[in-house]
Design a protein around this ligand. Structure first.
Ligand SMILES: Nc1ncnc2c1ncn2[C@@H]1O[C@H](COP(=O)(O)OP(=O)(O)OP(=O)(O)O)[C@@H](O)[C@H]1O
Ligand SMILES: Cc1ncc(COP(=O)(O)O)c(N)n1
Length: 268
């Protein structure tokens, strides 16, 4: 059994963060493990409060997993503080995981900051150079590079600017475009557009978490990075198409569409 580890924040509402990551790992057929960096009191409408986990417990969680269990791929989500970035980056120097998918989570859909302003420099300097692939959305890429994205050429320039920060490859997600959600994959040499079709739904909570975890799961299974991205794009598209109308805000995506459909559970 292949394994994947998520290092991220907990979302009590179950749509994003650790909860989405573990569902995506399971849906892609890998054994999921978790290191929780912060607990958010969150639902489909808002983040009410956040508590960062003690740094020593974050360190202990990482060591407990790596000292005992083979980790085939790691996904990183909400890191919250620069101290947490330090601990995670230093532990990677020790354990040297084969694949690291970095989702540079900064702000929730509802506008709550999930990464402290002062941690952005640490993320850029310490984490980006370690990642196999970084998966920013448009606003995150703008913050990382200072480039305003308005055109296809801007997206290409942003990917190159992120490469200059030390990234091996970049998947720039297009969910925040007004048009179709086309993503741009820069493998370090060549650019590949991953085309999508906009699904008109408000239930897109945790789409980025789900996509990056599915990529990590496929890398864990030995799939190439480009194929992992294409498989995961198709998976998130299906998960959005059949998203669940739970809560009163941005509902969650449906990780187990075929399973739920077969058992006639969606309407239950
Ligand atoms: N309405 C939509 N229809 C189809 N695909 C979408 C839609 N919204 C997002 N996507 C796709 O979902 C994936 C996640 O992209 P997005 O830009 O939403 O990430 P994100 O903002 O980091 O997500 P989140 O912060 O909600 O976890 C991308 O592949 C994007 O193209
Ligand atoms: C713990 C945690 N991690 C990540 C997100 C980003 O997801 P979204 O942009 O859909 O709110 C979140 N809301 N909460």
């Amino acid at each position: 059994m292949k394994t994947a580890l998520t290092i991220a924040g907990s979302d009590s509402g179950g749509g994003a963060g650790i909860q989405a990551d573990l569902k995506a790992f399971a849906a892609q057929g890998v054994f999921g493990m978790s290191v929780i960096t912060a607990i958010t009191a969150q639902n489909t409408k808002e983040v009410r409060s956040v508590q960062n986990i003690d740094l020593s417990i974050i360190q202990d969680q990482i060591e407990a997993v790596f000292d005992d269990i083979r980790v085939d791929a790691v996904k990183i989500g909400m890191l919250s503080s620069s101290e947490t970035v330090d601990i995670v980056a230093n532990s990677f120097k020790k354990y040297d995981p084969s694949f690291i998918v970095l989702d540079p989570v900064m702000v929730s859909k509802g506008g709550h900051h999930l990464l402290q302003e002062e941690a952005i420099t640490a993320l850029k300097e310490q984490m980006i150079p370690l990642a196999t692939v970084i998966t920013p959305n448009i606003p995150e890429a703008e913050v990382l590079t200072g480039i305003r994205i308005q055109s296809d050429q801007d997206q290409i320039d942003v990917c190159r600017a992120i490469q200059a920060l030390g990234a091996k490859s970049v998947l720039l997600k297009g969910g925040h475009h007004s048009g179709d959600p086309n993503d741009l994959f820069f493998d370090g040499t060549d650019f590949h557009w991953i085309y999508g079709e906009r699904i008109h739904t408000k239930n897109t909570h945790g789409t980025g978490c789900t996509l990056s975890s599915a990529i990590a799961a496929n890398l864990a299974k030995g799939v190439s990075l480009k194929d992992s991205i294409e498989i995961s794009k198709s998976y998130i598209t299906t998960a959005i198409k059949h998203s669940l109308n739970l809560g009163h805000g941005h509902g969650p995506t449906n990780h187990f569409y075929e399973l739920y459909e077969k058992a006639n559970l969606v309407k239950a």
